[in-house]
Write a protein that binds this ligand. Structure first.
Ligand code: UD1
Length: 424
């Protein structure tokens, strides 16, 4: 039950080292189940979601060695196909083990990851695509259970370019008989990362990064050694931190191509950004301009940056409009920003942010990972003290958040609070 205590109003200045991408690492860990040989993943962030995925793999019987920022995984032939229920339910990315387990062992049982704070998050595209490839899957009583003899390659059209479904199908198809084509595939950089990892394992995957991915099935895969790309959402979050505090930050390593839309929008808001190789220098302006933002699948504006931008636009001089197209209810942070002085109106998927407002510190609560990040940013820019509760949401996805922020001049500390229940 930790609380982050932030004294706002200090411009950030200095350098921040960017960690490996959460949304890539979790999928590479799942892909490691496709072989009995050792897979080594480097540049792994120390975050709760990774810990949770380690527990999922351990629960299946894999050998996992987690040493610093390196994880080695060996998923032997005696692996279980039943995922540990508690760990699986805790994290949506656990659904990614479904494709690999079916492809390699022909069986799977996993707790349904269910919905979450940002709206309904069905897995129908995952399940129906694997069914089309020959898996007999039942989705009932809170579990997805099923088996197959061998998966066969298919032409699969995704109604929505789902990141998770694209990756699950890719992984399953590597060991399927024949060729699988995924159309309307997700184009996120993390999907490309999964392709690169699978190809290092000996798979034949082409096209990731475009809307059509082709996978020729092979008989077996081997081990791989791979260093994960930098986390583009972490980069974006620190860029907004510089913008909101009128600070100046140097962020590295980054892959600037992964940040095109985020940089375009920040520049439109008046933020100065210099790109030098894998370094970004970001300087917050005196006056932020309002923006119109519509989230969408890559290369559109990332929904995972929407809450942080909303916090920033509270300070912009004028009215901003945000349309959330990816999730049905990803505006929970609005209710937390309002007591800090924000002026935001929400109507379904549309939010109107009236700025500039004077943000003032108060006690707020993280409803999900990126909402929590947005509230930390608001706290950094607010007058007075902000106390952020339910920090475990932030810990799921940001490595050393308060340590990195303190390193660039933020006044932020973590207080551990022991609940009365824990004392009983
Ligand atoms: C991934 C990211 C998450 C990011 C999201 C969109 C990970 C671990 N998480 O989540 O941070 O916000 O991409 O960029 O990589 N959908 C269905 N049926 C399905 C699957 C998805 O209707 O079977 C819908 C979802 O409810 C959502 C939309 O499709 O509205 C996009 O979801 P998806 O791209 O699958 O997100 P995730 O892979 O879960």
């Amino acid at each position: 039950m930790d609380v982050l205590v932030i004294e706002g109003g200090k411009p950030l200045s200095g350098s921040v080292r960017i960690s490996g991408a959460k949304n890539a690492v979790l999928k590479l860990m799942a892909a490691s189940l496709l072989t009995a040989e050792e897979c080594v993943i480097r540049n792994v962030p120390r975050i709760k979601d990774v810990e949770n995925m380690v527990n999922v793999l351990l629960g299946l019987g894999a050998q996992v060695i987690h040493d610093g920022d390196v994880i080695s995984i060996r998923a032997g032939e005696d692996l279980s196909w039943e995922a540990p229920e508690d760990n699986a339910r805790e994290m949506r990315a656990s659904i990614q083990i479904m494709g690999p387990l079916l492809a390699r062992f022909g069986r799977v049982r996993i707790a349904h990851p269910g919905g979450c704070a940002i709206g309904t998050r069905p897995v129908d595209l995952h399940v129906n695509s694997l069914r089309k490839m020959g898996a007999d899957l039942r989705d009932e009583f809170g579990f997805i259970t099923g088996s197959c003899t061998q998966l066969t390659g298919q032409d699969i059209y995704l109604d929505i370019p789902s990141v998770g479904a694209t990756e699950n199908i890719m992984m399953a198809a590597t060991l399927a008989k024949g060729t699988t084509v995924i159309r309307n595939a997700a184009r996120e950089p993390e999907v490309v990362e999964v392709q690169n990892f699978l190809n290092r394992m000996g798979a034949h995957v082409r096209g990731a990064g475009t809307d059509t991915i082709r996978i020729h099935g092979v008989d077996q895969l081997g081990g791989a050694d791979h260093t994960v790309i930098p986390d583009r959402i972490e980069v974006g979050t620190y860029m907004v931190a510089a913008a909101m505090t009128r600070g100046e930050l140097v962020l590295s390593p980054v892959i600037p191509d992964h940040l095109d839309m985020v940089m375009a929008k920040l520049r439109q808001a008046g933020v100065e950004i210099d790109v030098r190789g894998d370094h970004l220098r970001v300087r917050g302006p005196r006056v932020l301009r309002p923006l119109d933002i519509r989230t969408g699948p890559h290369p559109g504006f990332p929904t995972d940056m929407q809450p942080q931008f909303m916090a920033m636009l509270c300070l912009a001089h004028g009215t901003s409009v945000i349309v959330e197209n990816v999730y049905s209810s990803r505006f929970q942070h609005v209710e937390e920003l309002m007591p800090m002085g924000a002026q935001i109106t929400v109507d379904g998927r549309l939010a109107v942010v009236r700025g500039p407002c004077r943000l003032t510190g108060t006690r707020v609560s993280a409803t999900d990972l990126r909402a929590g990040a947005a509230l930390v940013l608001a706290g950094l820019a607010a007058e007075g003290i902000t106390e952020l509760e339910r920090v475990h949401h932030v810990d799921r996805g940001y490595e050393d958040l308060e340590i990195k922020l303190r390193g660039v001049g933020a006044a932020i500390i973590r207080k551990s609070v022991v609940s009365a229940e824990a004392l009983v």
